[in-house]
Design a protein around this ligand. Structure first.
Ligand code: FMN
Length: 382
């Protein structure tokens, strides 16, 4: 695809180099168009070398080729990342005072904007109003990520990771467009006393990758995050839950697809201790089995396509256990994997459905994208 990548003069402009690299690696022809101020933050040579295309930000050079019209007309997609507050204001008012602004105004291509700035600038009423104006005109504006900003402070305003920008920018009308998907991720905690809990070592990575892959496929995603301390994807609704009771409440919503990637405790105390237990005599805890949230959800939401996860010991028969779990819980599919995948970047999974068993290994990101495609295949045939 021919992509016009506008880069404006924010501190995150240096991150655009990675974005250019990844877009070209995916086979896109990227014409980079930095503003003059962007070139205060990143070198033109870096962008030329990575994109393989010459760059000239000057509006009045190479005039015989009328480049602002040429760039605007040739582009199949325009991405502006990072987009400054200044750029948002200029585009909202149709100001055409440099090559990038002129090219965008002269184009019929879809425009995707990824703002990045200090939290106060992002939340400033002027910026909010400009974003609203642009969205009302059909321009897609990606929510900035939250986290460490230029100095020591943090908050919303960071430029999202290149993979997320590409996923957001290239998400197209597709099978999952308009469909709702709920993904649960992480691990629950059941109180023993007011400071201790029964937990598990689920990192939440698989659920995060799944939420990202569904979002990129156009779905309206709700991510129920249980005790996850890693960065969550932008562009999805995030609900936080800690205990089983909180998770049950958060996930109890009508959804076209539910993917239960969260590791839910199998045991809980009948009555957690009030206050803090002290060291001393031997302590015996009586643990009761917990409610089966997935089976409960599948019974109450028969319109949803429900996918469970089965985590089994390394040498166990994954497919057999996943198949039993699918029938026992009354769900449509179960992804079986082994405990060795806990916390790791890679995984090996078996997708068990009522008619098939499919196998995949790779990074969790690759597996998530594969699962979304497989589910699309299954759902479009039902
Ligand atoms: C060190 C430094 C960092 C800046 N970072 C940002 C930023 O992250 N986001 C932003 O909107 N403006 C930022 N600015 C302000 C812009 O550079 C300024 O508004 C400029 O006019 C933007 O020009 P452009 O939109 O034409 O590229 C920064 C300025 C300086 C000096």
């Amino acid at each position: 695809m021919r992509i016009l990548l506008g880069i404006t003069g924010g501190i995150a402009a240096y991150k655009a180099a990675n974005l250019v690299r990844k877009l070209t690696e995916e086979g896109h022809n990227v014409q980079v168009l930095p503003t003059k101020n962007a070139l205060e933050f990143i070198g033109k040579s870096t962008l030329e070398a990575l994109s393989g295309n010459a760059i000239d930000s000057e509006l009045y050079s190479d005039v015989q080729n009328v480049r602002h019209i040429k760039y605007g007309q040739e582009a199949e997609l325009i991405i502006v990342a990072p987009a400054t507050a200044n750029f948002l204001a200029k585009l909202a008012h149709g100001i055409a005072d440099d090559l990038l602004m002129n090219a965008i105004l002269a184009s019929n291509a879809e425009v995707v904007i990824c703002p990045a700035m200090h939290t106060e600038m992002w939340l400033n009423p002027a910026t909010r109003a400009n974003v609203k104006t642009l969205q009302e005109r059909g321009i897609r504006v990606m929510e900035p990520a939250s986290g460490r900003l230029t100095g020591s402070d943090s908050g919303p305003g960071r430029l999202p990771e290149p993979e997320d920008i590409i996923g957001f920018a290239l998400a197209r009308e597709g099978f999952f467009t308009g469909k709702s998907v709920t993904v649960t991720a992480g691990g629950t905690r059941e109180a023993i006393d007011e400071v201790r809990y029964i937990g598990n070592s689920s990192s939440g990575r698989m659920g995060i990758e799944l939420a990202t892959a569904f979002r990129n496929a156009g779905a309206k995603v709700t991510l129920v995050a249980c005790n996850i301390d890693r960065e969550l994807p932008t562009g999805v609704e995030v609900l936080r839950a800690s205990s089983i009771a909180e998770l049950e409440l958060a996930m109890d919503r009508a959804s076209d697809v539910l993917v239960m990637a969260a590791a839910v405790s199998d045991f809980q105390l009948d009555k957690p201790h009030r206050g803090k237990l002290h060291r001393g005599e031997k302590l015996v805890l009586e643990l009761l089995p917990t409610k089966d949230l997935l089976a409960g959800y599948a019974a109450n939401h028969q319109e949803s396509y429900c996918v469970g996860f089965a985590l089994v010991e390394n040498n166990a028969d994954v497919v057999k256990i996943a198949t039993e779990k699918m029938w026992d819980k009354g769900v449509d599919a179960v992804v079986g994997n082994t405990v060795s995948t806990l916390g790791s970047v890679d995984a090996e999974v078996n997708l068990v459905t009522k008619s098939d068993v499919l196998h995949k290994s790779g990074t969790k990101s690759e597996i998530a994208q594969w699962l979304v495609l497989e589910l699309q295949e299954i759902l479009s045939n039902t």
